[in-house]
Design a protein around this ligand. Structure first.
Ligand SMILES: [Ca+2]
Ligand SMILES: [Ca+2]
Length: 619
C-alpha cells in the first residue's frame, strides 16, 4: 500500500475516534449546558423549548442522529481513502500530473487547471489517456559543451600485424579520409604521436634542459600528424594531443633505439615488444620534456592554434607501471611555464579507463573513458544501466569548483548489448552510446570523443564508423583480430578509398553536428509512462547562435509519440527533423515536425531511433 494511503487511513481512524468522543461525551454535555442556559448564547437559542420538553428528550434526539452521522463518516471516509489511493498510484498520478503540466505550459491559470482537473474527475474520465512521452525543456542551464563533440583518431599501433598504414596512404586516400571526417562532424579530436619520432635519442641527461638540436621535428614520420593538424586547423576542429602508448611497434621495429625511454626495451637489449607487456618509462620527466618541447614547436614554430589539450598518458593504469597521470602532470606544467606556454594549452589528466577520483596535480581537464554502460534490449524501459557512479561525484564537484574544471569523456563507443540479435548490434551500440552522451552532457560534462575514426575496426563492436572499399566483413567479430584487420591493411596498401559504415557513421554524425562546441545544455525532464520510465533519452542544447538542438532517443522496438515542451520565452519558430532508425538506411532520414502549438509539438519517434530537432528560426 502507498505510504500516503496508510497515512490517510490513520487520519481517517483518528478523526473517527475524535468524532465518536465528540458525539458520545462532549455533545451531550453541551446539550445539558445549553438546556440550563449556561452555554454560549447561540447554542442556548437552539434549545428554546425548555418548557415543553425535558432535557432527556433532547439527549434522545441526539442519540438518534449520532449513528447515521458516524455511518456517513465511515462510508464517505472509506470512499475518500480509496479515491486518494487511486490518485496516488504512479500511473494515475503521472498521467494526471502530465496533463496538469500540459495545461500549465499552455499558460492556463492555476484556477483553470484546478477546474479542468476537477471536471475530469467528476466526469468519470479519471484516467486521461497520455500514453505518450513528455519531454519538458527548462530555461535552466545544466552545463556547456566547452571542449566539443568528436572523435578519437589513432595512428600508432601495438599489434605486430598493424603497420603505420597512414604512412602509406596516397593523396586520394587522404582526401577520402578527410572528406568523411568533415562530413562526420565533430569539433574535438584526439591525435597521437610517438615520442621517438620527435626525439629519436634522448636529447641529454637533464629533463629540465631542452637540447633543441636533438629534436627531429622535420622527420617524415611526423607527416601524418601535420596533415591531421593542418586539416583540424583549417576546419575549426580542436585537438587533444597525446602519446598513445610508450612506443609504436612499427617505428620501434624500424629503429629500436628510438625506444630509449622504455625501461623494458633498454634493460632487455631492445627486444621485440609487440606482445605488449606493461612497461615503464625510464624517467617520466623525460616524457614530459618531450611533450613540452614538441608542443612548443607545434604552437610557436608551426603556429597551430587548434591544439587545445595535451596529455602524457592514455590509460596509464592499463598500459604502464609506476606512472601517475596526476603526479606527472606537475612536472609537465612546470616545463610549460618555463617555456611560457602554460596558459596556451590545457593539461588533460588522468585519461583512465578504470575510474579514479580527481587528485592533486596540474591539469585543467579531468578525462575518463567509458566502455561499461549497457542497454538490455529486452527491457528497454530500464534504459542505460551500469553507469559509473563516479559521474555523480564529478558533477557535484564540477558545480562546487571555482573556476570549474572541465570534465571530458575521451573514449566511448563500445556499448554492451544484452538481448540484441545480428545485425542490429552495430547500430544499437551507437544508439545506446547516444544515451550515454546525453546523460553526461545533462550532468555537466564538457566534451565527448567517440572511439574511433579509424578504418581498421570491424563495425560489429560499434567501434568502426569507416571502412575501406571492397572489404567484406563477417557478421560477427571481436575487437581487432588479424583475420578482420589483415584484409583492410591489404586493401589500403592497394590504394582502396575510405567509405562510411552507414549504421554507425550516420547516427554519430547526427550527435556530432548537433551537439557542437560552445552549446549550452538546458535542463530537460523526460516523462515516460512505461515504468520505470527510462526508455527515452533527451537533450536540449542551444548552440552559439542561440538555436535549439533537441536530441531524442527511442530505445523501444515500437514507435513512441513524444510531446516536446519548449520554454515559453525561448520558442523556436521553425524546426527541421533529422533521424536515423532501426531500418538502418544509408543516409539520415528527414521528416517535417509539426508546428509548435501552445509551446509544444508532438513527434512520432520511429522504433529504436535517434532524432534531432533543429531550430531554423531566422533572427
Ligand atoms: Ca630528453
Ligand atoms: Ca633534456
Amino acid at each position: 500500500m502507498n505510504p500516503l494511503t496508510r497515512k490517510a487511513i490513520r487520519v481517517f481512524v483518528f478523526l473517527g475516534i475524535g468524532l465518536l468522543v465528540l458525539a458520545k461525551l462532549i455533545a451531550p454535555w453541551f446539550i445539558e449546558q445549553a438546556y440550563q442556559g449556561k452555554s454560549l448564547g447561540f447554542l442556548n437559542a437552539i434549545i428554546s423549548g425548555q418548557a415543553s420538553h425535558p432535557v432527556s428528550f433532547y439527549l434522545n434526539e441526539w442519540t438518534k442522529i449520532v449513528w447515521p452521522i458516524m455511518g456517513a463518516y465511515i462510508f464517505g471516509g472509506l470512499l475518500a481513502v480509496f479515491m486518494f489511493d487511486v490518485m496516488m498510484r504512479p500511473t494515475f498520478y503521472d498521467r494526471f500530473s502530465v496533463h496538469a503540466r500540459g495545461l500549465m505550459m499552455r499558460g492556463k491559470s492555476a484556477f483553470k487547471v484546478l477546474i479542468a482537473l476537477a471536471s475530469i474527475m467528476v466526469s468519470g474520465s479519471v484516467t486521461p489517456v497520455f500514453s505518450h512521452v513528455a519531454v519538458t525543456i527548462s530555461e535552466t542551464r545544466v552545463g556547456a559543451i566547452t571542449l566539443g563533440t568528436g572523435w578519437s583518431t589513432w595512428d600508432y599501433w601495438w599489434q605486430q600485424y598493424i603497420p603505420r598504414f597512414r604512412l602509406t596512404w596516397n593523396d586520394e586516400q587522404w582526401d577520402t579520409y578527410f572528406k568523411l571526417l568533415k562530413e562526420a562532424g565533430g569539433d574535438w579530436i584526439r591525435a597521437d604521436l610517438y615520442y621517438g619520432d620527435t626525439e629519436p635519442r634522448n636529447d641529454n641527461d637533464d629533463p629540465e634542459i631542452i637540447n633543441w638540436k636533438a629534436f627531429t621535428f622535420d622527420s617524415p614520420k611526423l607527416k601524418n600528424l601535420y596533415k591531421l593538424l593542418d586539416f583540424a586547423q583549417a576546419n575549426d576542429i580542436n585537438v587533444y594531443l597525446t602519446y598513445t602508448y610508450l612506443r609504436s611497434n612499427h617505428d620501434y621495429n624500424e629503429d629500436r633505439l628510438t625506444g630509449w625511454l622504455s625501461k623494458e626495451a633498454v634493460s632487455n637489449g631492445f627486444p621485440e615488444l609487440w606482445t605488449r607487456p606493461k612497461d615503464e618509462p625510464i624517467d617520466t620527466r623525460e616524457l614530459a620534456e618531450n611533450l613540452a618541447a614538441t608542443i612548443y614547436h607545434l604552437l610557436k614554430n608551426r603556429k597551430y592554434t587548434c591544439i587545445k589539450q595535451i596529455s602524457l598518458y592514455v590509460e596509464p593504469d592499463a598500459q604502464w607501471t609506476n606512472v601517475d597521470g596526476f603526479r606527472d602532470s606537475k612536472f609537465l606544467g612546470e616545463l610549460l611555464v618555463k617555456l611560457g606556454i602554460r596558459d596556451q594549452v590545457a593539461i588533460l589528466a588522468p585519461q583512465t579507463g578504470a575510474h579514479v577520483d580527481s587528485q592533486d596535480g596540474d591539469y585543467d581537464v579531468f578525462a575518463i573513458e567509458d566502455y561499461g554502460a549497457v542497454v538490455n534490449w529486452a527491457t528497454p524501459e530500464k534504459g542505460l544501466q551500469n553507469l559509473d557512479p563516479i559521474y555523480k561525484s564529478l558533477v557535484s564537484r564540477i558545480k562546487s569548483m571555482k573556476p570549474s574544471m572541465e570534465v571530458g569523456l575521451t573514449e566511448y563507443g563500445r556499448m554492451w548489448n544484452e538481448g540484441a540479435t545480428d545485425p542490429l548490434p552495430t547500430y544499437l551500440s551507437t544508439l545506446s552510446a547516444a544515451c550515454l552522451v546525453f546523460e553526461l552532457y545533462n550532468s555537466g560534462f564538457a566534451g565527448t570523443q567517440r572511439w574511433a575514426f579509424d578504418p581498421v575496426y570491424h563495425p560489429y563492436c560499434c567501434f568502426g564508423v569507416i571502412s575501406v572499399e571492397g572489404v567484406q566483413y563477417p557478421a560477427v567479430a571481436t575487437e581487432v583480430t588479424f583475420e578482420t584487420t589483415a584484409p583492410i591493411i591489404t586493401a589500403m596498401k592497394q590504394g582502396a578509398k575510405f567509405i562510411k559504415v552507414p549504421q554507425t557513421f550516420e547516427p554519430q554524425r547526427l550527435i556530432n553536428i548537433n551537439l557542437t562546441r560552445g552549446s549550452a545544455v538546458h535542463h530537460v525532464e523526460v516523462h515516460d509512462p512505461t515504468r520505470p520510465g527510462k526508455g527515452v533519452y533527451a537533450i536540449a542544447a542551444r548552440n552559439e547562435s542561440g538555436k535549439w538542438r533537441v536530441g531524442l532517443v527511442n530505445l523501444y522496438a515500437s514507435a513512441r509519440d513524444v510531446e516536446v515542451y519548449f520554454p515559453a520565452d525561448l520558442l523556436p519558430d521553425s524546426l527541421e527533423w533529422d533521424y536515423y532508425d532501426a531500418t538502418m538506411p544509408q543516409h539520415t532520414l528527414q521528416g517535417s515536425p509539426p508546428r509548435i502549438r501552445d509551446h509544444s509539438l508532438i513527434l512520432r519517434m520511429p522504433p529504436r531511433s535517434l532524432s534531432f530537432l533543429r531550430d531554423q528560426s531566422v533572427s
